[in-house]
Structures are given as C-alpha cells and as structure tokens.
Design a protein around this ligand. Structure first.
Ligand SMILES: Cc1ncc(COP(=O)(O)O)c(C=O)c1O
Length: 441
C-alpha cells in the first residue's frame, strides 16, 4: 500500500487557528517537517505509529527523553502504580529521596540533588546559584550550545549565516529570539567552543566578573560535535584557577553516554551538573546536582528555587524504574546502545561512500548525526553554519518517513539509540536509507 498521511494532513488543517505551528513547540511544526507534521498516536519499543496506521522505527525518541524506548513495561507499571496512589503531593516523599540517592551512586559530583521539571529550569537554577555563590554577574557560554529557552543564554545557538557571527576573536552575539531581555544578554559572554586560547582570552578580558562557564559535554544542538581531546579538562582547569564555577549541562548526555554521563566518560569534576530528558523516561523530570559547598546555598534565605511540580511522584517513580533498568546487570543497557550505534553509523558511512554522496556521520556512542557536507569533519558552530547542507538532510529524512524510519528532520539535532533498538532495526533502517536516497536523487 502506498505511503499515506492523509489523516495527519486533515488534523493539521484543524490545528490552523487553534495551535500555533500545529503543536506546543516550534521544533515540531511545519518549519522542520515540510507541509505538515505527522501526527503520532502511540509508541512501543523502538517503534512509533501515526494516526494513519504507519509504523516507523523511531530514532528521535522524544529528543532523547526515552532511553528505554516507548512504553517500557517496568516504566509503565511504575507510572500506573504511582498514579493510582496520588499523582503528586508537593510534600517531602520517600521516592524523591530514593531517586536522589540513586543519582548520588551514579554521578560522582552529585553531593546534593534538587529536582526540577525541564532542562531549562535546571539550567536557570544553576545560573542563579552560580551568581549567588560567587557574587559575580557574568556567565560564559559557547557558540552553538543550547541550554534551554530562557533569556540569559538564548544567544548564538540557532544556525545562521556564518557572516553574521563576526570574528572568532570577537564573536558577535546573535540573539535567537525576539522579546529577549537585552540587559540579561549584557552579562552573557560567548566564545567559540573547542578553542582553549579563545576561552583563556575571554576570561582575561573579564577579570573577577565571570560566575560560571557553562558547556555541553558533547555539542548536541549542532548535530553531534565531540570535544577535542583534552578540551574539557583544559576548560575545567581554567575555571578553577580563576575562581569560576564549572557547570556541565548534561541535559542531553546524562544517562546516555555513561551511567555518570560526560562527567564520568571524560573524567571531569564539575561544580554543578544539570540533567533532564533521559532522566524521567518520558516524564518531565530534571535535576540539578553538584558539590555540597555550592548546592547548599539553595537553602532558604539563600538562592531561591521553587516549583509546584518539582519531584512529582509520577516522575520520580518513572525515574526510579528507568535508572534501575539502565544500570541492571552492570550497566548492560549502555553497552547495548553503544554497540547498536556503532553498527548503524558504520552502515550509514558505508552506504554514503558506496553511493558517492558527501555525508559524514559524527557520533559519540548512542548520539549520532548525518551531516551533508564536503568537509572531513565538523568541529564547531561556525563550521556547522558554513558547511552543513541542512536542506539536503531535511529532504533525506522526510523521504525516510516513507520507508518506515523516523528521525528529526532538523540537521542541527541528532538521532538517538535506545535500549529498545535492535540489530533488525539497524538493518531495516539501512535498507530504508538506500531506498530514500534513490527517491531523493
Ligand atoms: C543541552 C541542553 N540543555 C538544556 C536543554 C533544555 O531542556 P528542556 O527542553 O527540557 O527545557 C536542552 C534541550 O534540548 C539541551 O539540549
């Protein structure tokens, strides 16, 4: 039967005049998905099903929020059990303590834990805490890194023409949105990533002014760009010697790269770490963790952090089930996702080479992205903006849909391997990719 998304099209038409861009986030609408987005109805394991009954192998996995795939039975049981006994109390609860203790076992610097709902909220709390503890106003972030949609850091994280970015030695701050509080941006310093001399210069230019350096451990919002060897350690040393706090944003990499995230994988020792996405296994759970000396300033009368839904019971039960599965049998889940990802990435590399198409595959373990480019590697934001053909990527992904494979059509995002993905999914995806390439050629 021919691929048909008529039901999605009709639903999309109904959204016009009701929902903006058909959904609740600009990353889900027609800007990324062509004429209209596909409306999804259910998910199971590695697959997602749309309203027209089409099945897709899902490599987007809710932008990384589903490390076990869809509807993992232990998570379903945990959630239904929690709902039946009261969704949320907004009181102290034993389950919150239990999940915090699990985080302490997995994440080395999690001497203290605070829960929030989204990565954005956890980062906002980290920034306020850094300013409060150091008494300094400025936050240093990197070009092409995204840390949520709040005002302070919403700069130079969209893909823009490279000519608008100014010189590497004096980057132009490009706001990602209208409506930002421009004075918040006055205290944001931006620096190209993977460039220690540039970081050192920026620190020297603002003596005693910088409260924190915030970085993603692996750039995950410009495809996938790994840190250069020794870069994150160098960053950490520069922060330490200058009395600047080091915030590692593991919203994407947490509970994905290793049980202890990039902190463990790259042997880092950040002051504060933020988690989100994969922690709640589909429920909105985020966490701010860190050294006791810094985190204890969140006590009443210090740095304020509230939130009615923080530590929701359903989310906490989901997180406990999730972390149990992820760490079972000496962290088998992590070995599985790394192995499946290596097979898929190698398969893609081989396919594009065979077809003579200029595509590179960049990955760190289970996070990967295909980049349509004539370059041998993409190492930072500027190279991404200049050398990655996003339209070609989008065309390819939209054509994959027709052959039963789903991924984000945004070249700046990435795909994710979960515990639910199998060798058969890899084979089917590579077959679909070959057919999709023939269609778009
Ligand atoms: C590195 C990073 N930090 C923070 C966020 C914000 O997380 P959330 O969408 O849960 O607010 C994201 C979201 O993609 C992210 O990639």
């Amino acid at each position: 039967m021919a691929f048909n998304t008529e039901e999605s099209r009709q639903l999309y038409e109904r959204t016009v005049g009701v929902l903006i861009e058909a959904s609740s986030s600009s990353s889900r609408g027609p800007a990324n998905f062509g004429k209209y987005p596909i409306f999804m109805e259910r998910g199971r394991g590695s697959c997602i099903y749309d309203v027209d009954g089409n099945e897709y192998i899902d490599w987007m996995m809710a932008f990384g929020a589903l490390p076990l795939g869809h509807a993992h039975p232990e998570v379903v049981e945990a959630i239904t059990g929690a709902v039946a006994t009261g969704a949320h109390f907004a009181t102290a609860t034993p389950i919150e303590l239990e999940v915090a203790e699990m985080l302490q076992l997995m994440v080395r610097n999690a001497e203290r834990v605070r829960f929030a709902n989204t990565g954005t909220e956890a980062v906002m709390a980290a920034i306020r805490l850094a300013r409060g503890v150091t008494g300094r106003p400025k936050i240093l972030k990197f070009e092409g890194h995204y840390h949520g949609w709040h005002d302070d850091l919403l700069v130079s994280s969209n893909v823009v023409p490279v000519s608008s970015l100014g010189l590497r030695s004096d980057p132009v701050k490009v706001p990602d949105s209208s409506g930002l509080n421009r004075s918040a941006l006055d205290d944001t310093i931006i620096v190209p990533w993977n460039d220690l001399p540039a970081l050192q210069r920026a620190i020297e230019n603002h003596p005693g002014q910088i409260a924190a350096i915030i970085t993603e451990g692996i750039m995950a919002n410009m495809g996938v760009i790994p840190p250069a060897k020794g870069y994150l350690q160098g960053l950490q040393d520069l922060a330490k010697t200058n009395g600047i706090l080091f915030i590692l944003d593991e919203t994407v990499t947490g509970f994905r790269i290793a049980p202890g995230g990039c902190q463990e994988y790259y042997k880092l020792s950040p002051d504060l770490v933020t988690f989100g996405k994969a922690l709640g296994c589909g429920l909105p759970v985020a966490a701010l963790c860190g050294r006791a000396e810094v985190m204890d300033a969140l006590q009443w009368g210090g740095v304020l952090h509230y939130g009615t839904h923080n530590g929701s019971r359903i989310g906490m039960f989901a997180a406990r089930a999730n972390l149990r599965v992820l760490t079972r049998d000496n962290n088998t889940a992590f070995r599985h996702t790394w192995r499946i990802a290596e097979r898929l990435c190698e398969g893609y590399r081989h396919l594009f080479q065979k077809k003579g198409i200029g595509v590179i595959v960049q990955n760190v373990g289970p996070m990967f992205q295909l980049m349509f480019t004539d370059q041998p590697a993409i190492r930072d934001y500027r190279e991404f903006c200049q050398h990655v053909d996003r339209a070609a990527f989008q065309k390819f992904v939209l054509s994959l849909f027709e052959f039963g494979v789903y991924a984000s059509p945004s070249a700046a995002l990435h795909s994710i391997v979960t515990l639910a993905h199998t060798d058969e999914d890899v084979d089917r995806t590579l077959e679909a990719a070959e057919k999709a390439l023939e269609t778009v050629a």
